[in-house]
Design a protein around this ligand. Structure first.
Ligand code: XMP
Length: 333
């Protein structure tokens, strides 16, 4: 552990040297890379760092509050939370095509972030404004954009990437994780005091629940999905596999619920219900290029579906996705 301590001291010195007395903006998403970058840079330069957290309204249950509690609350970092959910939901109204949804979310995300960054760059009376943009770029990202590795799934699904942003904003780039692999980033995060649940979280796509609500994205759908998804994740975390002693959350690479805008008939008490369906998806993979559906214990699936149907009024049927990639993709859109 003291080796990591040395690494932190060195990285902190390097950041201080590079930044001097200037100011830094960082886009915080709640993901591992931007979180660890924020914690490290904050360790180095404290209030010279301002994090911008764009909440597109398509985050998981309580995710925005958790990010704020951690960074503003516990680390005392400067964080600006931009609640842009109405803007995103407004622009997504009536849009059903997955790629079009990705493009809209990606474009709005960049627009909202840029507007916030421009304000911070301009500064205000007596306060000179930011000159650096920090990004949580890690070594595999560097290699990927250099073309040494085939780009992941980009030809099938366009990932929104924020390349070119520093140039557009006229800001210098600060990328303290550029030399690290994912497992090193996680270890660094833990050493910096970030909770293991945050650092070892499954990946979450940039467009968020926008691609986990099939077809048109609507606020009530997102609210139902968030609750179903949280129950599934809680059960995965709480179900320990006796053979390995690990939770099913740790035994899977990615797991989530998908909202199907389809109604089916059910029965509850003396009444008939006609409500929506969610699909549960859990996969095991090493590279996300191919993936196997996870053989979750039936008892866990049973408990999860029972809880979702009982606790989330508006959902009366739960299915489990038994498709591997290929030919299915991990996300449903
Ligand atoms: P698929 O669905 O292509 O997903 O098998 C492979 C991995 O990529 C993630 N994914 C995305 N990540 N923006 C992202 O940042 C996206 O638009 C996007 N689409 C898929 C997916 O969650 C999985 O980890």
């Amino acid at each position: 552990d003291w080796i990591m301590g040395d690494y932190i001291a060195e990285a902190v010195a390097r950041i201080r040297e590079q930044v001097g007395d200037e100011e830094v903006i960082l886009g915080l998403s709640g993901g591992v890379d931007s979180s660890v970058a924020a914690a490290l840079i904050h360790r180095a330069i404290g209030d010279q760092l301002t994090c911008v957290f764009v909440d597109h309204g398509l985050l998981r249950l309580n995710e925005g509050d958790m990010v704020m509690d951690m960074f503003a609350g516990k680390l005392h970092a400067k964080v600006i939370r931009v609640d842009a959910s109405e803007l995103f939901l407004g622009e997504l109204a009536g849009v059903t095509d997955p790629e079009q949804k990705r493009k809209i979310i990606g474009r709005l995300f960049v627009d909202v972030f840029k507007a916030e960054a421009a304000k911070l760059k301009a500064g205000d009376g007596g306060h000179k404004g930011a000159t650096f943009l920090a990004q949580g770029t890690i070594y595999p990202d560097v290699v990927e954009s250099g073309g040494t590795k085939t780009k992941k799934a980009t030809t099938i699904k366009s990932h929104h990437n924020v390349g070119g942003l520093p140039e557009q904003l006229g800001l210098k780039l600060l990328e303290p994780l550029r030399e690290l692999f994912k497992d090193e980033v996680r270890a660094l995060g833990v050493a910096l005091g970030l909770p293991a649940e945050m650092v070892y979280r499954h990946p979450f796509p940039g467009p968020g629940l926008g691609v986990r609500i099939l077809g048109e994205v609507k606020k009530p759908y997102a609210d139902l999905l968030r609750r179903a998804d949280a129950i599934f994740i809680e059960e995965l975390r709480n179900t320990i596999d006796p053979a390995t002693g690990k939770s099913w959350y740790d035994l899977t690479s990615q797991a989530f619920a998908v909202f199907l805008p389809v109604k089916s008939v059910g029965v509850m008490g003396d009444g008939r219900t006609y409500d929506y369906v969610v699909a549960l998806r859990a996969v095991q993979t090493s590279d996300f290029m191919t993936a196997d559906w996870a053989e979750l214990p039936y008892s866990m699936l049973k408990r999860t579906s029972g809880r979702i149907i009982n606790e989330v009024r508006g959902i009366n049927r739960v299915t489990y996705d038994v498709s591997s990639k290929p030919p299915a993709t991990i996300e449903w859109e």
